[in-house]
Design a protein around this ligand. Structure first.
Ligand SMILES: [Zn+2]
Length: 570
């Protein structure tokens, strides 16, 4: 059944609907049929709307309100069918618009309505007068750029679709919320709308959660990045050997226990000491580092514990020692084995009693300093040799941590290299493309006797010698190619098996010979070509492949050097 004219809705139209409303105030409930309802201030809704728009953006907020209306519309379509089971379609359908009015949301003025449940035909054109959403928008958000009657629209879509048992889309073609004279809605089946797909997206579950998870993971990776920078290359490393060290250090960091760092020179002991400090409760206090081997033995006591004016010739003024400067914080003593016997005795007293006297002073001063010591040599051996006090050794050795050399954690080398690349890119204001594959491979086969410090120097050299946007090659990395002894001499043989390379087989071996015998470059080239031709049984194409040349290029060179006559070869 189709009707094209609808009279203005009258009070009597509402009667069966308004009878459904029950205030059960003593129970704290309002009912509409079997649905529990709420009386909510428009101003509160307006405020909430503004907050959603401001925090989620218009598109997302629009989706929320469309879906809010949608849920409500579904319920009401069910009620319409129950309330007016025997009415003509249009009368039954009008329950929806009437309910909109009854709930105080908007006054609906039907302009055109064609509804036929049996054939599925539907078309409507209504005016919405005094929409609460226009009001809410105007008070909180001002004039918008697009129609604003979002939840009303969601309601209308759900209600109509459910009523018609097919997908009907209602859209607002003009809206007072965006400056139009009237709010006009048009409804028709989804397939008759060009923008149906776009519009239906508002009704899908919002992917905001996934976006939040994505952001969350970004935040945590940025945080990790910051932590790394704080502790510099403490934390850079995934090798089991290094992870074990980090775990041990994390345990030691809290508290005041002395830590003894053991390991070769250049493994990053000072950086690790600093990380222990940064992870302790003393993080905001001083961190003082001293290499005991760098101070002349006769001055070490004054340097560590301070000196009173006139204590000895040249002591012109009173000076604080490193311990007093580190008060409340941490002191890092590298190469602690170099301490003089007297300095060892004073250090022991600081550790036991937390007090010291400056050189040439009789006053005792309290200090609260955590000691982290480090050594390349075995302290136990030094004790054995009578060079180091055993009581001090036991005092320092409470928490020993062995830091592995770089060659035992080569898996970490690419990460460390990347770290230093970034550092030197900043320092030298350039951006290279990083290490070439060959250069990286060379690094991974080198024994790194100078450990991380050596790697840092090598990368710095590479960055200096390489222009921006170029790859750092092996020549830029190493001034002299690593000695054979330092190279792990594994190579692949013709069958693809890993074999130990002999000295003469490795590159530097024969290069040395060439220089020693004063052979010219041309002669080297000629020798290479002759050998290749021999191996290839005079087949030029095959020899060219072995030498990494094209056939014409090799043929040209062969002729030029007289190996091959004009007659040519296979
Ligand atoms: Zn509107």
């Amino acid at each position: 059944m189709t009707i094209n004219y609808i009279p203005e809705l009258k009070y009597s139209d509402y009667q069966d609907l308004s009878e459904q409303v029950h205030f059960q105030s003593t129970e704290g409930k309002i009912w509409f049929g079997e649905q529990r309802m709420l009386l909510l201030q428009v101003s509160a809704m307006a405020n909430f709307r503004r907050e959603l728009v401001n925090s989620l953006g218009i598109e997302r907020a629009k989706g929320f309100f469309l879906r809010l209306g949608y849920q409500s519309g579904l319920k009401d379509a069910e009620m319409a069918r129950k309330l007016r089971p025997n009415s003509p379609d249009s009368q039954m359908f009008l329950v929806g618009p009437l309910l909109h009015s009854l709930k105080g949301m908007v006054k609906v003025k039907p302009m055109q309505l064609e509804v036929d449940q049996e054939s599925g035909h539907f078309y409507c054109e209504f005016e919405w007068i005094d929409s609460f959403e226009v009001e809410a928008c105007q008070t909180e958000l001002g004039l918008m750029e697009e129609p604003v009657c979002w939840s009303l629209l969601g309601y209308a879509c759900a209600y109509t679709s459910s009523f018609m048992q097919r997908e009907i889309i209602i859209q607002e073609t003009s809206c007072r919320g965006c400056g139009d004279e009237r709010c006009i809605i048009i409804g028709k089946p989804a397939e008759e709308w060009e923008n149906a797909v776009e519009f239906k997206r508002y009704f899908q579950a919002d992917p905001i959660i996934e976006e939040l998870y994505e952001l969350q993971s970004q935040v945590s990776s940025l945080r990790k990045c910051l932590e790394r920078q704080e502790g510099q290359y403490y934390g850079i490393g995934q090798s089991p050997a290094y992870k074990k060290v980090c775990k041990t250090i994390d345990k030691a960091a809290r508290g005041k226990v002395s830590v003894l760092l053991l390991g070769e020179s250049g493994v990053g002991k000072e950086v690790i000491a600093r990380s222990v400090h940064l992870r302790s409760e003393r993080a905001d206090k001083a961190f003082v580092a001293l290499n005991c081997a760098a101070i002349p033995p006769e001055l070490i006591e004054a340097e560590l514990f301070g000196v009173e004016k006139g204590a000895y010739t040249g002591a012109n003024q009173t000076r604080l020692g490193r311990f007093e400067r580190a008060n409340g914080g941490t002191i890092f003593l590298d190469e602690v084995v170099e301490l003089t016997p007297r300095a060892q005795a004073t250090l022991l007293r600081v550790l036991q009693e937390s007090e010291l006297e400056r050189v040439g002073d009789s006053r005792t001063r309290k200090v609260d300093v955590r000691v982290i010591a480090a050594t390349n040599e075995s302290l136990a051996d030094a004790v054995e040799a009578g060079k180091f006090r055993s009581d001090l050794y036991y005092r320092l050795n409470v928490f020993p941590v062995q830091i592995p050399p770089l060659r035992e954690r080569l898996e970490d080398l690419p990460l460390l290299a990347e770290h230093f690349l970034q550092k030197f890119h900043l320092q030298y204001h350039k951006r290279t493309l990083g290490l070439s594959d060959k250069a990286l491979e060379l690094c991974l086969h080198y024994a790194w006797p100078g450990n991380i410090r050596e790697l840092e120097n090598v990368i710095e050299r590479g960055v200096i010698l390489t222009d921006s946007n170029e790859t750092i090659g092996q020549d830029a990395l190493f001034a002299v190619f690593p000695k054979t002894g330092n190279l792990r001499g594994d190579r692949l043989n013709a069958d693809g098996a890993l074999v130990q390379a002999t000295d003469t087989e490795t590159s530097t071996g024969w290069l040395t010979q060439i220089f020693e015998k004063n052979v010219s470059m041309d002669a080297v080239e000629e020798q290479l070509m002759r050998h290749a031709m021999e191996l290839a049984q005079q087949n030029v194409s095959q020899a060219a492949r072995m030498l990494g040349l094209t056939r014409p290029a090799l043929a040209y060179r062969l002729k030029k050097s007289g190996i091959l006559g004009d007659s040519g070869a296979a």
